[in-house]
Design a protein around this ligand. Structure first.
Ligand code: NAD
Length: 356
């Protein structure tokens, strides 16, 4: 197949990990006889420096025309003044809005060989394979807000419409069908009217998906259950704020922030794929960042935007094999054990794709 993929390497370790993910995509193309056109564009802090715009118009046009977008990370101390007029993160928020991306998918893969790096007992991690589906453009982060008086009272508003809940619920149900067929929907329906609407809307949509088992959970109790028995869950569907908090809580199960991929999807096949981590300025430029989050994001791109599930499976299997073979970047090799570089890890994964 032919595909047009935009790369937004961004700032800090972004370009380092994106280069390895691009290398993996090139190997997939070569092995499968596909033609992937990979074009890099400026975005984030580097684009502020060069174009006085974190999301230059030419970058936005290229992203909108692409089959998929793969981002590294944006931001860093140089651009972190909260009063600055131009901020790298604004470019990312604008891009998500312009591409109409309303569902954020965050898998938490737990590789058995990395269990010692997670703070839970290894037996609790056996069989853990979670996928968070978080609503991305609504809820309390986007509701009306106000500061009153001398700033000693402030309020934010949690608003959801039935349509907003239903469309993200469909993403979760579809994802569950290709997995273990279970969706845990998270709310606070015992207290909040918006969350009663959430539960009603999810129940209504789910009635058309009898092959998927949907359960409802109050967020506070679920936060505990998630650590007590993470292997019990498959797809976890949540609103913007609860999804933000719970997916960060679960991230520690993977052993390192550098391991985690994500996808942001809208109503079509197009998507924005990026590792969960930021630009890691403390290690940028040293060639030691873990590229696995970016490489697993490329696997998600193959699956969701290009419909190449077999190729995505092969990339994920190659990552598992490399970890089983003992390859570790510095974040996974504490106490001065021998660690491979970003490139070393990327090449080890790429070389195993054909064999996996
Ligand atoms: P961070 O994710 O960049 O780093 C947190 C810690 O994790 C650091 O110690 C870092 O070295 C480590 N780490 C992160 N990625 C790693 C990798 N691939 N391999 C090994 N170790 C890794 O978070 P932060 O320090 O809070 O933020 C740094 C900058 O990144 C800030 O400007 C922030 O705004 C930005 N940020 C951007 C995004 C994004 O682009 N989506 C997301 C989060 C943070």
């Amino acid at each position: 197949m032919q595909a047009n993929i935009v790369l937004l390497p961004g700032d800090g370790v972004g370009p380092e990990v994106t280069a390895e993910a691009a290398g993996v995509l090139n190997v997939v193309a070569e092995l499968g006889g596909h033609e992937f056109q990979l074009d890099s564009h400026p975005m984030g802090g580097n684009a502020i420096d060069d174009f006085q715009d974190p999301l230059p118009p030419a970058t936005l046009t290229a992203c909108k025309a692409a089959d998929a977008v793969l981002l590294g990370a944006v931001g860093g101390p140089k651009w972190s003044d909260p009063t600055a007029e131009l901020r790298p993160e604004q470019g990312l928020l604008d891009l998500r809005a312009e591409m109409g991306l309303f569902a954020n998918l965050r898998p938490v893969p737990v590789f058995e060989s990395l269990a010692p790096f997670a703070p839970l007992k290894p037996e609790l991690l056996r069989g853990v394979d979670l996928l968070f589906v978080r609503e991305l453009t609504g809820g309390i982060y986007f509701g009306p807000r106000q500061e009153q008086g001398d700033g000693d009272v402030a309020h934010d508003t949690l608003v959801y419409s039935t349509a907003e809940v239903e469309r993200v619920a469909r993403v979760a149900l579809r994802a569950a069908r290709g997995r273990r067929g279970k969706v845990a929907s998270i709310d606070k329906a015992n207290v909040l009217a918006s969350m009663r609407l959430w539960r009603r809307s999810v129940t209504e949509v789910a009635s058309a998906w009898p092959d998927v088992e949907v359960t409802h959970h109050l967020v506070d109790a679920f936060a505990m259950q998630l650590m007590r028995s993470p292997a019990d869950y498959d797809v976890i569907l949540a609103g913007n704020m609860f999804g933000d908090i719970l997916s960060d809580e679960a991230a520690i199960l993977a052993g390192s922030l550098g391991m985690l991929p994500s996808a942001s999807l809208g109503s079509g096949r197009q998507g924005l794929y990026e590792p969960v981590h930021g630009s890691a300025p403390d290690i940028a430029g040293r060639g030691i960042a873990n590229p696995i989050g970016a490489i697993l994001s490329a696997a998600m791109l193959l699956r969701h935007s290009l419909d190449l599930s077999a190729e995505a499976d092969r990339v994920e299997a190659a990552v598992a094999k490399v970890l089983d073979d003992g390859f570790r970047t510095a974040d996974l090799a504490p106490d001065g054990q021998a660690a491979v570089s970003t490139t070393g890890m990327g090449q080890a994964i790429a070389s195993r794709i054909g064999a996996a």
